[in-house]
Write a protein that binds this ligand. Structure first.
Ligand code: ATP
Ligand code: MG
Length: 244
């Protein structure tokens, strides 16, 4: 590694364009996530948030532009190599294995790992963050509430011990109590040293915990800045966050 790459952002997206057939979903999206940050990508329905995360984790490959992780391009990688590089993605709608128990779901998250002691250590770490999961290790994923499933999805991603966690609308469909809880846990995960890229329609909550934010609108970055500044500026809230 060169000296230059040591100062590179942890994740950098440059001029990302993505397509679904003729639909031009991302029209030149650029942003950076520095090591240790919580960066939120907010925006309404169809803005391109999910597309951005899926392009980073290479689940979607009909794209152009550059994605750099620790200064190196990952655009040519397969999804499992992106995971191995240290990028964990909790997709929209959670996608836990409903026919597997909590424990089995978590073990699936560490599929690339053979070191049993390390797997046990990561499980314990997950249970510290999510005591509720520990109480129910033998329960089938499909029988959990929406909030519990979201917690399981995040805990499963953490089994990879990622450098960065990509979260796609973790608060979607959750009761207010679970929304509060999941945002507290995201902050706790970040305090432990994991960088977070948080996609949310719930702009208010996301800006409350993020360091910096980008507002995505119709596949383009419409605004960027310090999260607290965006949260406190009424004009910005009206124009971009639909809170007028
Ligand atoms: N599988 C698909 N096929 C065709 N078009 C799609 C597909 N997925 C998304 N799109 C389109 O791409 C654009 C961006 O969608 P995307 O799902 O990334 O938005 P989003 O910001 O995640 O929205 P939401 O908040 O509703 O999840 C939208 O115009 C959407 O209709
Ligand atoms: Mg989405």
């Amino acid at each position: 590694m060169t000296a230059g790459s040591q100062t590179a952002p942890l994740l950098e997206v440059r001029d990302l364009q993505a397509y679904y057939g003729h639909i031009h979903a991302l029209k030149g999206v650029s942003f950076k996530v520095e090591k240790g940050e919580i960066v939120t990508l907010i925006g309404g329905n169809g803005a391109g948030k999910t597309t951005t995360l899926a392009t980073i984790s290479r689940l979607l490959t009909s794209s152009t532009g550059d994605i750099l992780f620790e200064g190196r391009s990952i655009t040519g990688l397969e999804p499992h190599d992106v995971v191995n590089a240290g990028i964990a993605h909790v997709p929209e709608g959670r996608r836990i294995f409903s026919g597997l128990t909590i424990l089995e779901n978590l073990e699936m998250g560490a599929f690339a790992l053979s070191d049993k002691a390390e797997i046990a250590r990561r499980l314990e770490h997950g249970f510290t963050l999510f005591p509720r999961l520990k109480e129910r290790v033998k329960q089938l994923g499909g029988t959990l509430s929406g909030g519990e499933q979201q917690m399981l999805a995040v805990a499963r991603a953490l089994m990879q011990n990622p450098r960065i966690l990509l979260l796609d609308e973790p608060s979607m469909g959750l009761s207010p109590l679970f929304v509060e809880r999941i945002f507290e846990i995201i902050e706790a995960i970040n305090r432990e040293g994991t960088t977070v890229l948080l996609v949310e329609q719930n702009a208010h909550m996301a800006l409350g915990i993020a360091h910096r934010a980008y507002v995505l609108k119709n596949g383009e970055i419409a605004m960027e800045g310090d999260a607290r500044h965006l949260l406190s500026d009424d004009a910005i809230r009206e124009a971009y966050l639909g809170e007028g």
